[in-house]
Design a binder for this molecule. Structure first.
Ligand code: AMP
Ligand code: MG
Length: 495
């Protein structure tokens, strides 16, 4: 049995920094820049518990520490360097322009360690034109979505808390600043590898790869070619992550290689969105005019990014052929995972020959009817195999209900083919088709209230989104279609 530490206050948090054991060229050690009079905006209780902290023991000192105004003993704050491809173009050196890594702490199960990063904690040598800050609006979105993705069961970096300050920063208009404390086993990105490759520094590239393998993929150490095995594993995780995103209609918005986690986690929440009226060409990022990162492009871009990583790892792996081998399975892995997830979403336990046609034709009528992605799948889970008494709720989402009826009749034939049991299927479907996702308008309501210093809506949303598959009838209104005003909401890279 693993020993669970008793929840304690902030002084009990023992911090180390294994990233700092790498050569100094990998980072710049520096202090966070304090923000004026920080206050607590939100805290994730499960995340607090998972690093052994008591969520009720949050005080002023806690706020100072997680704003960067005060350091925990032994923290070695640093900003890491990386590079990357942005919108398909080589962008050169980037790096933690506003994130400062404090170090890593033990998870309370003692099974792994989590890096603690302050996002918005001030300028670093990698800030370029930026001010090193994050605004309250984007911090709330990142905080809520990290924890919502965890609730959905999708690999992600996590969020511990948000602290805010009345100190203004300039965006399109002045906004108040905030710091999100993010946690993940590692924040190393594809771009961290590209950095050393493009600077023609093979020895640094190897140090980085060895560090990643030793700390996060120790099982690959005995592999005949550990670097090739690493690329293959990252490729697999990325392919599967893309399938997960597609299956819940999540759109990342800025899938640049510097935002791609080497651990296959969803990372760097910016102008993300969840699909509402289904349109595969939907672009959630207002800045992305070409639609490079539209919903339907995500799986292809995931593959493109793995190729960029493969290019960077080529000198380590020892040739094009071996590198290609590690990348080759992406499409198959993506399709396999996607197919598995879609079967679950439709409540199909068996895999039969014409299933992809059935799935594709469902998406086609969803698109033609601009049906809401989340509600459609949730309500599909209510229908019965042999009678249509429960069809009304899903029918309400389709203008052309004849088209839906037509499809439902094929679906029912398919359900009968595997003698589907209504109750078992409905139960299984409710565990994979969320009722609640972080719709832009829900985030916007919480943001507007928070800007008036009422943080209660953030906590409420957080609680709901941590259990997105539960019925939570008392929160039915949070599963509603977006109101009309929501169609005017735009999210962009400005954060
Ligand atoms: P992103 O598109 O948010 O992933 O950011 C791309 C790069 O710009 C990263 O190196 C970020 O650290 C940096 N960056 C974004 N916003 C800021 C900011 N306000 N201040 C400094 N650097 C920033
Ligand atoms: Mg980023």
């Amino acid at each position: 049995m693993t020993e669970i530490r008793h929840p304690l206050d902030i002084h009990s948090l023992k911090i180390e920094n294994k990233f700092a054991s790498m050569p100094s060229e990998f980072y710049t050690q520096l202090m966070p820049t304090p923000l004026a009079d920080p206050y607590l905006v939100a805290v994730s209780k499960p995340m607090m518990k998972s690093i052994g902290l008591d969520p009720t023991l949050v005080d002023k000192e806690f706020c100072k520490i997680f704003t960067g105004n005060q350091l925990l003993p032994d923290s070695q704050p640093l900003a890491a360097v990386y590079s990357g491809h942005q919108f398909g173009v080589w962008a050169g050196q980037l790096g933690d322009g506003r994130a400062i890594l404090l170090g890593d702490v033990a998870a309370s199960d003692h099974q792994h360690r989590l890096e603690v990063q302050l996002k918005g904690a001030g300028m670093t040598p990698y800030s370029r034109m930026g001010d090193g800050r994050a605004v309250l609006r984007s911090s709330i979105r990142e905080f809520l979505c990290s924890e919502a993705m965890e609730g959905l069961g999708i690999p992600t970096s996590r969020a511990l808390c948000i602290t805010g300050s009345d100190q203004y920063v300039m965006r399109e208009e002045p906004e108040t600043s905030a710091v999100v404390t993010r946690l993940a086993p590692s924040f190393i990105r594809f771009g961290s590898f590209e950095h050393w490759y493009c600077n023609n520094r093979p020895e640094q590239l190897q140090i980085l790869a060895d560090f990643v393998i030793e700390n996060y993929f120790p099982e690959l150490q005995t592999h005949a070619n550990p670097y090739q095995a690493l690329l293959a594993e990252v490729t697999k995780r990325t392919a599967e992550l893309m399938a997960h995103w597609q299956s819940v209609g999540f759109m990342h918005g800025v899938m640049n290689t510097d935002n791609m986690s080497i651990l296959g986690l969803t990372l760097d929440y910016g102008p993300f969105g969840f699909m509402e009226s289904f349109d595969p060409a939907h672009i959630c990022n207002h800045t992305d005019q070409q639609g490079r990162y539209s919903y339907r492009m995500q799986p292809t871009i995931g593959q493109w990014n793995c190729h960029a990583l493969g290019q960077a790892m080529l000198p380590l792996i020892g040739g094009v052929k071996l590198t290609q081998e590690a990348l080759n399975d992406y499409k198959r892995q993506y399709e396999k995972k996607y197919d598995q997830l879609m079967h679950k979403k439709l409540g199909l336990f068996e895999h039969l020959e014409n299933d992809s046609e059935l799935i594709d034709s469902f998406f086609l009528i969803m698109q033609k009817n601009a049906a809401d992605f989340t509600l459609t799948f949730r309500r599909l889970g209510y229908i019965m195999r042999d009678e249509n008494s429960q069809d009304e709720s899903i029918r309400n989402l389709f203008i052309d209900s004849d088209a839906l009826d037509n499809w439902l009749s094929k679906y029912r034939t398919r359900l009968r083919q595997e003698q589907s049991d209504d109750s078992l299927r409905q139960q299984a479907m409710s565990k994979v088709n969320p009722k609640f996702v972080l719709r832009n308008y829900l985030a916007q309501i919480a943001i507007a209230k928070a800007q008036d210093k009422d943080f209660s809506e953030i906590s409420k949303l957080l609680q709901i989104l941590q259990h997105p598959y539960d019925e939570q009838p008392e929160h039915d209104s949070y599963a509603d279609l977006p109101p009309n005003w929501a169609s005017k909401l735009e999210v962009s890279c400005s954060s």
